[in-house]
Design a protein around this ligand. Sequence first.
Ligand SMILES: CC(=O)[C@](C)(O)C(=O)O
Length: 297
Amino acid sequence: MDIRDLKMFLHLAESRHFGRSARAMHVSPSTLSRQIQRLEEDLGQPLFIRDNRTVVLTEAGEELRLFAQQTLLQYQQLRHAIDQRGPSLSGELHLFCSVTAAYSHLPPILDRFRVEHPSVEIKLTTGDAADAVEKTLSGEADIAIAGKPETLPAAVAFSMLDNLSVVMIAPALPCPVRSQVNQLLPDWQNIPFILPDQGPVRRRIERWFRHQRITNPFIYATVGGHEAMVSMVALGCGVALIPEVVLENSPEPVRNRVTILDRSDEKAPFELGVCAQKKRLHEPLIEAFWKLLPGQR
Ligand SMILES: CC(=O)[C@](C)(O)C(=O)O
């Protein structure tokens, strides 16, 4: 049984006249009659009592009439709702985020987007989280996941996803750095630090140095990407300030070699969010993505 069968049946149930309904539905009376017979076979009950002049609905016929009315109405409503949504979106959407964010925050957003816009091709690039805002400004990415910089460029829109805690990590296994930080009053001036080469976490560790009056920190290395900082701490190279989510999503063998020193101080949480150029927010693909963000619904 299909929608057209139901329409024919309903017309006949209302007109009670094979010839008239056949004409209205643009079929021959014999085709209409055959379709009705098929419905009757499907249901195992006669739907109409026919005599030469009149067509009368049976009880089963009355029930099918109600069903047909409701079903056709629902179908019309569905078509209307789909029409309202307009033509489906297609094309490419370029996303940028860190490996960590691709594990921790991107999946639920992307799942939602894919359900609503299955024809859009997602082009994902991963890299240093600190590059995220710049990637949207340069147009290399349409959308990026970023830690909110202290001053957000005026051209960038930012939709908050999460408040991340930032933690100081040190090697967990016995090593010189471990012994240094284990002292009652660690000599921070001489403990090697691994720093992000740029970005909001870099700003935070610099602020922490100032508060601790560490004027000339011992910088072991500056690296791009918070994930690489965790690996270096795990190898005993030094200590580092990182978003805790990066540690949580590091491979277990790495995580086991790292310990969190403390969570206090001015290592205030920082905001993780999605950014895009403000002037591009009305572009169909970007707008569709933006609308699905937790902060926008
Ligand atoms: C800023 C960001 O994307 C993360 C998840 O915090 C990170 O990778 O550091």
